[in-house]
Design a protein around this ligand. Sequence first.
Ligand SMILES: NC(=O)C1=CN([C@@H]2O[C@H](COP(=O)(O)OP(=O)(O)OC[C@H]3O[C@@H](n4cnc5c(N)ncnc54)[C@H](OP(=O)(O)O)[C@@H]3O)[C@@H](O)[C@H]2O)[C@H](O)CC1
Ligand code: K
Length: 488
Amino acid sequence: MKIFNSEQLRLLDAYTIKEKGIASVDLMERAASVFVEIFSEIFGAEESVRIICGTGNNGGDGLAVARLLHQKGYTVFVDIINGNESADFKINLERLNQQQIPWQYVAELKLAPTDIIIDAIFGFGINRPTTGIYQKTIAAINESKSKVVAIDIPSGLFPDASSENHSIVKATHTISFESPKLAFMMPENDKWVGKLHIAPIGLSEQKKAELKTDYHYTLKADIKPLAREQFGHKGTFGHALLIAGSKGMMGAAVLASKACLRSGVGKITTHIPRDTAQILQISIPEVICQESENKSCFSESWNTDTLQKYDAVGIGPGIGTKNMNGFENFLLNFPTNTPLVIDADAINLLGENPSLLKYLPRNVILTPHPKEFKTLIGQLWENDFEKLELLKGFAIKNGVIICLKGHYTAMALPSGEVHFNSTGNSGMGTAGSGDVLTGIILGFLAQGYSVKEAAIQGVYEHGLAGDRAATKRSERAMIASDIIENFI
Ligand SMILES: NC(=O)C1=CN([C@@H]2O[C@H](COP(=O)(O)OP(=O)(O)OC[C@H]3O[C@@H](n4cnc5c(N)ncnc54)[C@H](OP(=O)(O)O)[C@@H]3O)[C@@H](O)[C@H]2O)[C@H](O)CC1
Ligand SMILES: [K+]
């Protein structure tokens, strides 16, 4: 799914009105009705609902929502912050009066603890930080103990730029129209958005296809699994090489190897330090163990021919950062066309010696978490929008795919595109979860997925398996092995 900016959403809005010959107020009605559909699945009609509206189209949505909830039997009360009224706001205020739904202009907001608040102050039309009565009302909402449901976007949040230090409504749920806003993907905004719901309102599919954006949100419909050949065998489903582990960190090699096998790969050879094969062999009998001749997992005897035998290579889980020479030797000998996934300490090694970046092969996926990303680029960022620019810049400059792990893992491609993942949960913030991801991506690469497919699909399915694990156990109690066990 594409992520559009506010200018594009306005264009889509106008185009849909023209193409489908519907009035803008009818599009507002459609938006309000899909909002109410989702809202009523979350909150029953016994609830008393306070709807706080601005006077633009977000406020207009709020008025239409008030009317539709009233018709469904909810007790509603509307507060309006006086301002310039949009045409569709005016129409909906008139409709509200016809139904004799109570409303008032807000002077000072006083909320009952039992109220559910619907936030309809500002939508994507916000163009400056909130001040005065808007700021005061937002503070009153945030100080209340009420559940808050934002229409389209929590009021005060800029959809396409950083809103650091602004006054923003802290929503429990955000029901957003048609596509998520870029701001929702940023960890710094997690505290405002709450649980995100996407509500399609039927904007023009043709125009959506035409509009270009760098930003995408991966949903089930975007995932196209590779067909598994009926006559295939372990020789045709790919042979992966994983370079992982060190003394005390062999669990990382175990988790990544097992996840790789679960991804459907034909064979995996796991290259580990000397005298550590027993741990791996006992944990996973299906793995081919290959011990290094020394204490690190880097073999001096590696050359392009030995590495070229594999369909894909993964390096990093649990390797430590002590053997820079070994890593350098690995990269210098790495075959140009073999896909490679680089994780964990291998990323830290690259960060320590950025001159090695020029030796990266053609098809590379790096999977840092934010701290590893910081080490890799050797600089900090002021806010998450700046971090996103740095991520894009790194992918473009180095011709690599880089997956920055997080709630919405961001995958930046050399083309400048960024794909945000939609699956996963906080239970995946647990030791070994990243090793599992490396194993899955490696397995997909070895089976012939392109680097783009392996990254996007690997991250998506890793999250999906994590969601299944959380359902069976809980986000708190799940561990990395549960992600592997729930990979189907
Ligand atoms: N295409 C869709 O997705 C649809 C969206 N709908 C809803 O419409 C809003 C966007 O509505 P819009 O009227 O464009 O904008 P807002 O309601 O967000 O804001 C209204 C005006 O408020 C002014 N403004 C902006 N920032 C501030 C501020 N900090 N303080 C005070 N006032 C502010 C600004 O006007 P100015 O002239 O003062 O600059 C805004 O224009 C969208 O989010 C959806 O909820 C449709 O209902 C259906 C289609
Ligand atoms: K809002």
